[in-house]
Design a protein around this ligand. Structure first.
Ligand SMILES: [Zn+2]
Length: 357
């Protein structure tokens, strides 16, 4: 799954806060026409956190081959990747313009210091539920297997509080995982913060696709969705604004959920681990989902299991892949598979800040 709809939800949240004063701050990027059979060149980086397990060059080749194959089958385009530039997570995140980073810091729920505001987190979740016109019974039916047995929320307000509690408890689960050096995977740096990854494209980012071994898991006051909450704020990947990409967006993609063998990852994957080849192949196949957002701005046909753009449930990547069927999910056949279903948006103020010397 991806958090790529978060910017749109963020927009709505901000509009609610400002009474539409900021309506003209958010703009769409252009949609670049792509012909069937076209070859698309993507610039690829591997941003590495040395403290965490990483995929080998062979695994990365396998990963990208699976992305290429899946994108050809489902979207009819030929992907051509650059040589993979290796960089570090810290060097990459340092591309974020300081003023833009500052403008977004108050979106982050600080779960490390204990200073986060749990009520505000729940109310942010409620805002998202209301915006999506969520029906309690349907959302509960979806989330029930992943909630405590005793949970019985009677309103969306109660459901939001429950989701905030579940999210923070699972986030503590991610926090408990230790790296090979014996220290927590989620350390005191902001490397795990979704907001940072979501902002790097406002800087001079020279890549269209950034693969990373970093665990991206965090909580935000803006636009947390049900599926993100029940995964404890974990993000597999996101397609989001990039000022330097011909497609107006770039993709960041975490391999951690595919390679990690902690009890929490094992459980969220449906009680299985993947071997090295499976992790690379499944990660690559699911990365095609982000390529669908990147190139075509497709939406999410929830429950249409034949479609690459149907998000995986929790971390059940294998089941997701087994259900794919390109013959039964054609571009344009359903609203979410229309080109431009979710245009990329950006904040013009942040872009202006980024371009100031
Ligand atoms: Zn998505």
């Amino acid at each position: 799954m991806t958090a790529s709809r978060r910017p749109a939800l963020l927009l709505i949240f901000i509009l609610l806060l400002t009474g539409c004063r900021g309506a003209d701050v958010w703009r769409h990027t252009e949609i670049v026409p792509i012909q069937p059979g076209q070859t698309i060149h993507l610039r690829v980086a591997h941003a590495v956190n040395d403290r965490l397990p990483r995929m080998t060059p062979e695994q990365l080749d396998t990963l990208l081959a699976a992305t290429r194959k899946t994108a050809l089958e489902h979207f009819g385009v030929h992907l051509e990747f650059s040589e993979i530039s290796e960089t570090s997570v810290d060097v990459l995140l340092a591309l974020i313009p300081p003023k833009v980073r500052q403008a977004r810091m108050n979106e982050i729920y600080d779960f490390k210091s204990g200073m986060g505001d749990r009520k505000q987190l729940a109310s942010g979740i409620l805002t998202t539920l209301l915006e999506r016109k969520t029906k309690l019974t349907e959302a509960l039916a979806y989330a029930r297997p992943y909630l405590p047995d005793t949970a019985a929320p009677k309103s969306l307000e109660e459901f939001s509080i429950l989701l905030a509690d579940v999210m923070l408890a699972r986030l503590e689960g991610w926090r408990a995982i230790k790296a090979a050096d014996g220290k927590p995977v989620l350390d005191d740096t902001p490397r795990n913060e979704w907001i940072f990854w979501d902002t790097v494209g406002y800087g001079e980012l020279p890549y269209d696709l950034v693969i990373t071994n970093q665990l991206v898991a965090s909580a935000e006051y803006t636009a947390v969705e049900v599926h993100t909450a029940i995964r404890g704020g974990l993000t597999t990947g996101t397609t989001t604004f990039s000022r330097n990409s011909p497609y107006g967006s770039f993709v960041f993609w975490s391999t951690f959920p595919f390679t990690d063998t902690s009890a929490q990852s094992h459980a969220l994957r449906g009680n299985e681990d993947y071997n090295a080849t499976q992790a690379a192949e499944l990660s690559g196949a699911y990365l095609a989902h982000e390529v669908g957002h990147l190139l075509f701005k497709f939406g999410h046909p929830f429950g249409q299991q034949a479609c690459v753009m149907n998000p995986a449930s929790l971390l059940h990547y294998r089941v997701w892949q087994q259900q794919l069927d390109a013959q039964h999910c054609r571009i344009g056949n359903i609203p979410e598979m229309q080109i431009g279903a979710i245009p990329e948006i950006y904040n013009a103020n942040w872009l202006r800040m980024a371009q100031q010397p």
